[in-house]
Ligand binder design. Structure first.
Ligand SMILES: Cc1cc2nc3c(=O)[nH]c(=O)nc-3n(C[C@H](O)[C@H](O)[C@H](O)COP(=O)(O)OP(=O)(O)OC[C@H]3O[C@@H](n4cnc5c(N)ncnc54)[C@H](O)[C@@H]3O)c2cc1C
Length: 375
């Protein structure tokens, strides 16, 4: 019995040895060598095709946001022969589209021009509708490559390029320009009733408020313009101001108007006051005299807006640690601490949203494209 087992073991070992030898010999056969060579070639070709495909879809620049400054960047990239696409979550110049319908810019039209393309307006300071027309015409007549109603949801760095994901698809680019402005996220009051339907952080048309009791919270240009317009369309306006006077940055030709309307009692102003609760038909306001109740139909909380900091941080862009939360960038090139990601327009100011506007940030487009060309 033992003998049989040992013979079998011997035979098995010899068999497996000869099997191994046979397998090893296959590697040496011309057929195997040919097949391996063929597969290696095929693999290399598929890698090549992949990279050609990536490069075909690899833009020099992806611009996020089609505000006036995003459009200026697209125009400059096109002029310099770079491949680019502008990705915009809304219509062309979405922020301007959301501005009050009767709004007039404080800048004269030539100061809002991009690339020295003449901006002709009826008066020295153009209206919102003239600005919409101007920036739309630049986009369409220059056939800028723009994808509208497509929100960028993430930007991720790969080896040598960025992968940009949107609500519709993915793109690749060597450089990114973030021109997302600050008009999408309002500074909220964080009080009870703020989520009621009658409360809005955006003001559009005074007609809507005719014959209504409207409380306007804020003392800056937007709040004061809204207060005057609504009053003139027959609304009963209460202005709730946290400080002790109308904002000092209110346009110099508008400030006397509001101060006189308050003096004559046409518009009621509550200084050093804060709204503590919003109810269906009234507001609770607190000031040095204690708590007061104001009858109310609509609330316009025009207390400013802030950039989307979490979007910036998700790309690795650092913010200053003080209360301004300014994004980190090189003031000469506009490149952030992330190589290949640039900032353009009002986004640069962090919480100092008044620091940058169209007039002084339109230059960013040329600065960025110049740097992209040399890097
Ligand atoms: C009432 C008012 C009056 C003003 N008057 C003047 C004036 O007289 N002169 C002046 O120089 N400036 C003025 N400004 C400021 C000026 O309008 C802004 O400075 C200008 O809009 C900034 O341009 P921007 O391109 O940097 O940003 P924006 O115009 O805000 O554009 C940002 C764009 O990015 C898009 N976006 C945001 N996030 C995403 C995303 N994730 N994916 C895709 N798209 C995205 C937005 O939809 C938007 O279209 C005024 C502002 C206000 C509110």
């Amino acid at each position: 019995m033992l003998q049989v087992v040992s013979i079998n073991l011997k035979q098995n070992t010899q068999n497996s040895k000869s099997n191994l030898f046979r397998i090893f010999n296959i590697f040496k056969t011309p057929t195997f060598i040919c097949w391996s060579f063929f597969y290696a070639k095929l693999h290399a070709a598929s890698i090549k095709i992949y990279y050609i495909f990536v490069n075909m879809n690899l833009y020099n620049i992806i611009i996020i946001g089609s505000g006036p400054i995003g459009i200026a960047c697209g125009l400059e990239a096109k002029k310099k022969g770079l491949t680019y696409v502008i990705l915009e979550k809304g219509p062309i110049v979405n922020s301007l589209f959301k501005y009050p319908v009767n709004m007039q810019f404080f800048s004269s039209s030539e100061k809002l021009e991009i690339d020295e393309i003449p901006f002709i307006s009826r008066e020295a300071k153009p209206s919102r509708s003239e600005a919409l027309e101007y920036y739309r015409r630049i986009t369409t007549s220059n056939k800028l490559n723009i994808h509208l109603f497509e929100k960028v949801t993430s930007v991720k760095k790969r080896e040598e390029f960025f992968v940009v994901s949107t609500t519709k698809k993915k793109y690749q680019a060597k450089n990114i320009i973030v021109a997302t402005g600050f008009y999408d996220i309002p500074n909220t009051l964080k009080i009870l009733g703020e989520d009621l339907e009658k409360v809005s952080h955006y003001y559009q048309d005074p007609h809507f408020y005719a014959g209504q009791k409207v409380a306007i919270i804020g003392a800056s240009n937007s709040a004061i313009d809204a207060a005057l317009e609504c009053y003139r369309k027959g609304a009963e306006v209460s202005l709730i101001i946290r400080g002790e006077e109308v904002g000092q940055r209110v346009k110099y030709w508008v400030r006397p108007d509001i101060i006189n309307r308050i003096k004559e009692g046409s518009i009621k102003a509550f200084y050093k006051s804060e709204v503590i609760e919003i109810k269906e038909n009234e507001l609770q306001v607190t000031n040095s005299d204690g708590n007061i109740t104001i009858e109310n139909d609509f609330v316009l909380a025009l207390t400013g807006y802030k950039p989307d900091f979490s979007f910036l941080e998700s790309m690795g862009i650092e913010l200053s640690t003080d209360d301004k939360k300014r994004p980190v960038y090189n003031a000469e090139t506009m490149e952030t601490n992330v190589k290949g990601i640039y900032l353009a327009g009002v986004i640069c100011g962090g919480l100092e949203t008044h620091k940058w506007f169209i007039e002084n940030s339109r230059v960013h487009a040329k600065m960025i494209v110049k740097n992209v060309l040399v890097s």
